[in-house]
Design a protein around this ligand. Structure first.
Ligand code: TXA
Ligand code: MG
Length: 320
């Protein structure tokens, strides 16, 4: 017997409407990925440029292979190792997939997300869900149902509330149409885990001015307030005449935060996984803080999930 909320979400999706879905990375703004008219609603609600292609979500490898043909041995290995999970594969597309989903590229992005409610929903659908992150284009991604309700509430037929996202940063995008395979966006699956399955993998998330993965635009994931990234003590001195909010990490006892108007520590114990979970929710809290004129943050250790987090922080600051 399916969850009542899942059945409600399914009914809206079958009727061509948009539904916000939880995943382990961030919430998605989902619609029938086979119907161009529905997909165009997603672009309109997000105010997203149509040159930025979407990820298709489903619950099984056999469905993907029925839609686009057999995966290459390498893509198959990655799929078996990391799906369901925070990894998106860019694969050769097929005529079933509308051009609007792929922006006319010869490739299509697929992901099997690891969230029980959404997996159940996907298993009940005969089509994949096109789903970008459920935020206005360029703004901070949503990791709680209320983030979606606050920003897009009036524009979706239903929000499937699956609680806070367990990973908290978007999926790692791996292109299997380039040789060697290439990471186009750093994300919830760490490079070391990826490299445990494919020895040779290129990492080029910053490579392009016409981005292959526009999560790669220089300014993205951005709060409304000015956001500065650097040495915290230095930044605090530089901006001492302003109301400074701080996004901290780890032990902050050596930093004089007495003048700070608001401080959120991503992980006092220094856990990168906890920091990723809290990242977007804390950025929103600081952005919403009336007393703050600007937000200051220091980069996290450049390892494991710290790489994906730093990537988001750099883009929030609007620089590479
Ligand atoms: O974790 C995630 O991936 C979340 C959840 C909802 O699954 N989704 C997400 O979607 O982050 P979005 O639309 O915000 O980012 C998708 C990225 C875009 O930067 C897009 O350019 C890239 O995937 N992408 C999609 N299709 C592609 C393709 N054929 N080639 C290269 N990049 C592609
Ligand atoms: Mg996004």
């Amino acid at each position: 017997m399916s969850d009542r909320r899942v059945l409600e979400a399914r009914a809206h999706l079958m009727a061509g409407e948009l539904v916000a879905i939880p995943t382990e990375t961030v919430y998605g703004l989902a619609g029938n990925g086979f119907v161009a008219e529905t997909v165009s609603k997603i672009f309109a609600v997000k105010n997203r440029p149509t040159f930025d292609p979407l990820i298709l979500h489903t619950d099984s490898l056999s469905k993907i292979e029925a839609w686009i043909g057999e995966l290459s041995p390498l893509a198959h290995r990655l799929a078996v190792a990391f799906w369901p999970g925070p990894m998106t594969l860019v694969l050769p597309t097929s005529s079933l997939i509308p051009d609007l989903v792929t922006s006319g590229l010869p490739s299509v992005a697929f992901r099997i997300p690891a969230h029980p409610l959404t997996l159940e929903l996907l298993s009940l659908l005969p089509f994949p869900l096109a789903a970008p992150s459920a935020n206005p284009f360029g703004y901070i991604s949503p990791t709680r149902a209320e983030h979606v309700a606050n920003q897009l509430g009036g524009q979706v037929a239903y929000i499937l509330d699956g609680g806070p996202c367990a990973v908290g940063v978007e999926s790692t995008i791996v292109s299997c149409v380039s040789d060697p395979p290439a990471v186009l966006r750093l994300g919830g699956l760490t490079l070391s885990r990826l490299q445990s399955v494919v020895k040779e993998v290129a990492v080029r998330p910053h490579s392009s001015s016409r981005p292959e993965a526009p999560g790669m635009l220089e300014s993205h994931y951005a709060p409304c307030k000015p956001f500065f990234l650097g040495d915290l003590q230095f930044l605090l001195e530089q901006h001492q005449d302003k109301g400074c909010a701080v996004l901290g990490f780890g032990d902050l006892s050596k930093i004089d935060t007495s003048s700070v108007v608001r401080l959120h520590n991503l992980s006092p114990s220094g856990s990168l996984a906890e920091a990723a979970q809290n990242l977007f929710a804390y950025m929103r809290l600081l952005d919403d803080c009336a007393a703050a004129d600007c937000i200051l943050a220091a980069p996290l250790p450049e390892r494991g999930l710290g790489r994906a987090i730093n990537d988001r922080l750099r883009r929030a600051a609007g620089s590479k």
